[in-house]
Design a protein around this ligand. Structure first.
Ligand code: HEC
Length: 130
């Protein structure tokens, strides 16, 4: 019977420890979900989307840079997902639109999740700016 006085506080301590551990796991989870999305966006950009062949992070090549596109879309409150579905007009460089248009055959096959990931990938380049 005397043992209970030792066991109970010990149990209490153990359960408290578990609580705090659980809580500290939550922030990690949110970060990794965001990272996963960016990873998917990067994968599409460098992989099946082949966007890299015309878009570089911060330098214009055939198409405008990712930073330039993200900046203009943020400023003008545009929707990259709609653009890639061919449901909104070009706002970055309309004079070169016909070159970008050839990609809609690919981008229209992207799922909503993939489109969101590509969009997040574009915007992630803004955070790196000073
Ligand atoms: C063959 C070259 C080429 C490829 C490949 C390409 N783009 Fe583009 N992209 C362009 C050019 C040129 C423009 C500028 C014309 C324009 O603004 O529509 C552009 C513009 C854009 C814009 C801005 C549209 C606007 O509102 O003006 C977005 C967003 C974009 N591209 C995303 C992508 C994504 C995502 C991919 C990969 C799935 C991709 N591009 C692949 C050439 C390309």
């Amino acid at each position: 019977m005397k043992n209970l006085f030792f066991i109970l506080p010990a149990l209490f301590l153990i359960s408290c420890q578990k609580e705090t551990k659980k809580e500290s796991l939550y922030p990690e989870k949110t970060v990794s979900a965001e990272e996963k999305q960016l990873e998917l966006g990067r994968e599409i950009f460098d992989g099946k989307g082949m966007c890299y062949s015309c878009h570089k992070p911060d330098q214009k090549v055939i198409g405008p840079s990712i930073v330039e596109i993200a900046k203009i879309y943020k400023e003008k409150n545009g929707d990259i997902k709609l653009f890639l579905k061919e449901k909104s007009e070009p706002i970055v460089d309309p004079s070169q639109y016909s070159v970008m248009k050839t990609n809609f055959a690919i981008t229209k096959t992207f799922s909503d999740e993939e489109l969101k990931a590509v969009e997040a990938y574009f915007y992630s380049h803004l955070k790196n700016e000073k």
